[in-house]
Design a binder for this molecule. Structure first.
Ligand code: ADP
Length: 189
């Protein structure tokens, strides 16, 4: 099964994708984590994208489509994967559909976690207070990440709705409730 976790920055996609990875053995494919790992390792790719992530802008479609394609061909994705933070543009979604079709696969379900902007800002402030904030977790960069989300990524909701794959869940509910709601959706998919 191939699942996309969808939602604005801080919606809880990563948290839920990790839980799915543990429970259903579907690897979490997070482009954000992969890019941060490249930055931490100081690879040429990491050097190329570091300032883009710091600003909260989007890395090129070519780069993220490339790293997702390589990752998806690893043996642990033989039963599918959970895509987290990818796709983020229509071009990425089309590339993903093509990549999966070439392997006789498809996206089965897209789960949107809906969270109000004010709550997202509160969550970032909490990460800062706890000392667990990333370099791009500050109120100014979050504003840009949200703008980028609404401009480039939110239009994908319609793309997946038209394919009949979209389910929207309340991302402001307690973590365990969101996990249970996701399990119900996947049981029917
Ligand atoms: P968020 O919590 O904002 O959803 P992510 O960890 O998914 O964070 O992504 C962090 C940053 O990495 C983004 O702001 C962007 O710069 C870059 N990035 C991650 N995934 C993509 C993607 N699919 N396309 C373009 N840029 C991406």
């Amino acid at each position: 099964m191939n699942v996309i976790m969808f939602g604005p920055p801080g919606a809880g996609k990563g948290t839920q994708a990790k839980l799915l990875q543990e429970k259903r053995k579907l690897p979490q494919l997070s482009t954000g984590d992969m890019l941060r790992a490249a930055i931490a390792a100081g690879t040429p790719l990491g050097k190329q994208v570091e300032s883009i992530l710091a600003k909260g802008d989007l890395v090129s479609d070519e780069i993220v489509v490339g790293i997702i394609g390589d990752r998806y061909d690893q043996p642990d994705c033989k039963n599918g994967a959970v895509f987290d933070g990818f796709p983020r543009t229509i071009a990425q979604a089309e590339a993903l559909d093509k990549m999966l079709a070439a392997r006789g696969r498809k996206i089965d379900v897209v789960i949107e976690l809906k969270v109000d902007d004010t709550i997202l800002l509160d969550r970032v402030k909490q990460r800062i207070a706890e000392g667990s904030a990333r370099p791009d977790d500050n109120p100014e960069t979050l504003k840009n990440r949200l703008d980028v989300y609404y401009r480039n990524t939110a239009p994908l909701l319609d793309y997946y709705k038209k394919q009949g794959k979209l389910t929207t869940l309340d991302g402001m509910a307690p973590i365990a409730d969101v996990t249970a709601a996701i399990a119900q959706v996947l049981a029917k998919a």
